[in-house]
Design a protein around this ligand. Structure first.
Ligand code: ZN
Length: 201
């Protein structure tokens, strides 16, 4: 039996922190101690922020982004290009694209990928409303910004078939050499994909 070194309240905090992505039991213990020793500057404001988020965060009924309003700020933003929908697996991917500033369109969050191994089928993803949104005459292009994994690509093929009847152009992100990348360090699959996806210079 493992020995406990703190009271049940602190052990509970550590256990919950250990469930966060990127944190294991050891780093959760370190994070908990960091919070507890900075109660006024960190633990208390964090607790307030989490309670507020818990009370107010909702999922956008249009795109499945998370926000405190429905529709979300992106869906309500009239300056965005409403002719393009960027399909992403998760909200974290939406945030990554927003950080890049590369696109100013609408999004559609699938909430995962198809995976036979994990038993995730089309009914488990947010796909129904995508077909509906793509039928809007204003929508001209759907960009599949899914991960370059087997599951991501399987999902991309499924979405392409799903949208075959709608009058939209379906595109996907390029695969290949990362910005600043050196060819000698790339894996064979990435290099082959870069050759296949070459563009006119
Ligand atoms: Zn939205």
């Amino acid at each position: 039996m493992s020995r406990t070194t703190a009271g049940p309240e602190i052990e509970r905090l550590i256990q919950l922190l250990a469930k966060l992505p990127g944190l294991g039991p050891r780093s959760a213990r370190r994070a908990a101690l960091h919070l507890l020793t900075r109660r006024d500057q960190l633990l208390s404001p964090l607790s307030d922020a989490m309670r507020l988020a818990c009370e107010r965060v909702i999922v956008c009924s249009t795109c499945a982004n998370v926000d405190t309003q429905n529709p979300c700020a992106i869906c309500r933003d009239a300056r965005r290009d409403s002719s393009t929908i960027v399909v992403v697996e998760d909200v974290s991917d939406l945030w990554a694209l927003e950080r890049s500033g590369a696109v100013s369109a609408r999004y559609h969050v699938l909430g995962g990928t198809l995976s036979a191994l994990d038993g995730r089928g089309p009914e488990d993803l947010n796909l129904g409303t995508l077909a509906e949104r793509a039928r809007d005459p204003e929508v001209k292009e759907v960009i599949l910004a899914v991960n370059a994994t087997v599951e991501g690509q399987t999902t991309a093929h499924y979405v392409t078939d799903l949208l075959a009847d709608s009058d939209v152009k379906v595109t996907r992100l390029a695969h290949g050499v990362p910005v600043g990348g050196e060819l000698d360090y790339l894996d064979d699959g990435t290099l082959a994909a870069a050759i296949r996806s070459r563009t006119t210079f």
